[in-house]
Structure formats: structure tokens, C-alpha cells
Design a protein around this ligand. Structure first.
Ligand code: URP
Length: 370
């Protein structure tokens, strides 16, 4: 079976493990079981007609005496490109808009309050041009459906035509709340992004929305624990991780990193990855000894959400377009913080001091030798 045919880890466990062991294996692997959300039948049939997977899960928190629940529904959208990478650019963009538009319509039927698309969602991985049309498109959706839209795009800025890998956050009023630029630019495998993007300069912005405080840690930033930490320091309750990454490179890390961040920072995290294989006419190499090739490999989807108690939702498919609807009660963040106290027990000023010393010239590592 090829990497592109293997549907998902969960399905494989379900079809191969004995019933008696399955729930214990799932508890150990995935944490407390997330309940399935009842999604409206119009949404279920629209998703099936439009040929994408639709799944819904709920993370619950305990009822509190002094605070009402803070339930928010989040939609994660993963998709493959629609047209081949050598089709006229405007056709490619329009096709992506119409595909994602029909998926957002289903998200609206499911009562989604915040939707997040995959990294540079409106283009293939080598089609890097500024996207003002995409911005307008997302703003129209936000207002129409009263939904916060997190829209990761390629941004071209200013006199110097600087290219950034950016997520624009659009309020449910349809106004742009702000943007978050990708902080860590990969130089790994075929992801030679340092040849065209600059390292982000927007720090670790958190956006206060009607549905909670959100932040966007774009793709490769998920390998940097301090990047997650700083979004959390600024008060993020949900951190999105829109990504574009391939199986041979990062799949074993995928289910760990965003989930670990949710645990470490008492918040929710949402990891989103594209699907499909994007074929380019011109061969390319990446100076890593591999033969010239025409594609990055298989983008493995598997979008999921993780909660501060260590549990996680099942993932979307590794191969199909999909919408994952996740209801989360944000009260869980403080409940888990009160239980585990990672924030309270974090020795941040000590780390800050030691880190400051360690990046200065002449730093001597604290190693005891015999
Ligand atoms: N888009 C991107 O940053 N990809 C890098 C590969 C990875 O981080 O898995």
C-alpha cells in the first residue's frame, strides 16, 4: 500500500484491534475520548454531494459555579489543489475559491464560529503571488456567515515588494483584525522557503475575537516550542497551525507537536495540513542529494484539534478534502491550569536570564566534567 492510499491511523486501529483492547489503546494514544458532535443532516448531505469528509467532535469542560461555559465551534478545512499547477493562475485561484467557498458554507450550517484554512490555501506550493482577491473573498465569507476567518496567504508588501507567509485574521464583522507573519522559515527538504520569504516581524500577536483569543503559528513554527510559548504568554486560548507538509518529512511528528503545545500551555491547538500531490512541469532539486523530481511528495492532511487535558480529536483523512468541526469549551483551559499548574510552576524568569546569557558571545555551557 502506498503512502497516498493509507487512509488514517484511527481507521487502521479500528479495523485491526480487538474490540476489548481498542478503547484502552485509544485512551492511551489519544487521551479522554472526544464525543461525536451531532451535525445537521443538510450539512452531512452537502458534504457528501460535494465530495469531502465532514467530522465533528466536542471537548467538554466541567460545569463551573461562577462562570458559564464558553463554547466555541471551530472549523478546520483541508483540501487539495483543484487545477493542475500549470493552469492559468487566475483559473487556479478561482477554482480554489469556489472549492473552499462551498466547504465554508457547510461550516456555517454546522454553526462554526471560527474557521481556519491551510497554509497559503489559495495556491499550490510553488505559486507565490500576492492575493488581494483572496483577502476580499475571505472578508465576504466572514461577514456573510458571522464567522471569524483565519486566511493564510502569500503577502507582498510595500516598496521593496517583500514576500511574507502571512495569516490574515478577519473578524466576524468582515473587517480585517490584523495579521500574523510566519516566524520560522524552513530550510528543509524541498521547503526552501528562505529563498523567497522573509522571517516574520509581527512577533506573537494574539487576536481578541468575539469567540475567544486566538493566535496563528504557521507550519514550520510548530517545531519551535518557544514560538508556541510566546503566543500563550500573550494570552492565546486557541492556537491555529495552518500547514503544508509531506509524509516522508514530518508525519511522525505531526500528531505530537500541536498536541504537546496544548498540554504545555493550557490552551487548545488546531493543526491543519493540505492533501494531495502537486505535480510541477519543471524538475527541481533541493541540494540534498536527491534526484531531480517533479513534486514535494504526498501532503498527508490529518488535520486535528488538541485540548489542554492532553486529549485530541480524531484526525481528518490523509487523502481527502475535509472539514473538521470541533466544539471546545474554553473554560477547560483554566480548569486544567488549576489542576496541573504548568504556567504557575514555569520558571520563566530563570529561563529568560539563562537564555539571554546563552545567546551572548563568549557563552560557556554549564557542563560539569570529570
Ligand atoms: N510549509 C512548511 O513550513 N513546511 C515545512 C515542513 C514542515 O515543517 O513539516
Amino acid at each position: 500500500m502506498s503512502a497516498c492510499e493509507f487512509e488514517s491511523l484511527e481507521e487502521s486501529l479500528e479495523s485491526h484491534l480487538p474490540e476489548a483492547e481498542l478503547s484502552e489503546v485509544k485512551r492511551i494514544l489519544f487521551g479522554k475520548e472526544t464525543q461525536k458532535l451531532d451535525l445537521p443532516s443538510c450539512a452531512v448531505s452537502a458534504a457528501s454531494e460535494r465530495d469531502f469528509e465532514l467530522k465533528g467532535f466536542r471537548f467538554e469542560a466541567a460545569q463551573e459555579q461562577l462562570r458559564p461555559p464558553r463554547r466555541v465551534r471551530v472549523g478546520l478545512i483541508q483540501n487539495r489543489i483543484v487545477l493542475p499547477t500549470d493552469a492559468p493562475i487566475l483559473d487556479q485561484i478561482n477554482a480554489m475559491h469556489s472549492r473552499v467557498g462551498e466547504m465554508v458554507e457547510v461550516a456555517a450550517m454546522c454553526g462554526v464560529n471560527i474557521v481556519c484554512f491551510q497554509e497559503t490555501w489559495s495556491e499550490s506550493t510553488n505559486l507565490y503571488v500576492c492575493r488581494s482577491a483572496t483577502l476580499c473573498f475571505a472578508a465576504v465569507l466572514a461577514k456573510k456567515y458571522n464567522m471569524v476567518v483565519v486566511s493564510p496567504i502569500l503577502e507582498r508588501e510595500g516598496l521593496h515588494s517583500t514576500l511574507w507567509n502571512t495569516a490574515v485574521v478577519i473578524s466576524n464583522s468582515g473587517h480585517v483584525l490584523g495579521k500574523s507573519r510566519k516566524n520560522h522559515i524552513p530550510r528543509i527538504g524541498d521547503f526552501n522557503e528562505s529563498t523567497y520569504y522573509m522571517e516574520g516581524d509581527t512577533g506573537h500577536t494574539v487576536f481578541q475575537t468575539q469567540f475567544g483569543n486566538i493566535a496563528v503559528n504557521i507550519c514550520y513554527g510548530r517545531h519551535h516550542p518557544l514560538n508556541w510559548l510566546m503566543y500563550s504568554m500573550n494570552g492565546a486560548e486557541i492556537i491555529f497551525n495552518p500547514s503544508a507538509t509531506v509524509g516522508a518529512l514530518s508525519e511522525p511528528m505531526w500528531s505530537i507537536e500541536a498536541r504537546n503545545a496544548a498540554i504545555a500551555h493550557h490552551c487548545f491547538t488546531c493543526a491543519i495540513n493540505r492533501v494531495g500531490t502537486e505535480h510541477f512541469k519543471s524538475e527541481f532539486t533541493s541540494g540534498d542529494g536527491k534526484k531531480a523530481h517533479h513534486d514535494f511528495g504526498h501532503f498527508y492532511g490529518s488535520s486535528y484539534a488538541a485540548a489542554p487535558d492532553g486529549s485530541r480529536s480524531p484526525g481528518l483523512s490523509r487523502t481527502r478534502d475535509g472539514l473538521l468541526v470541533v466544539e471546545m469549551d474554553l473554560n477547560l483551559n483554566r480548569q486544567i491550569s488549576d489542576k496541573w499548574s504548568f504556567k504557575m510552576t514555569g520558571r520563566y524568569s530563570e529561563y529568560a536570564e539563562e537564555l539571554t546569557k546563552s545567546v551572548r558571545p563568549g557563552f560557556k555551557p554549564n557542563i560539569v566534567k570529570e
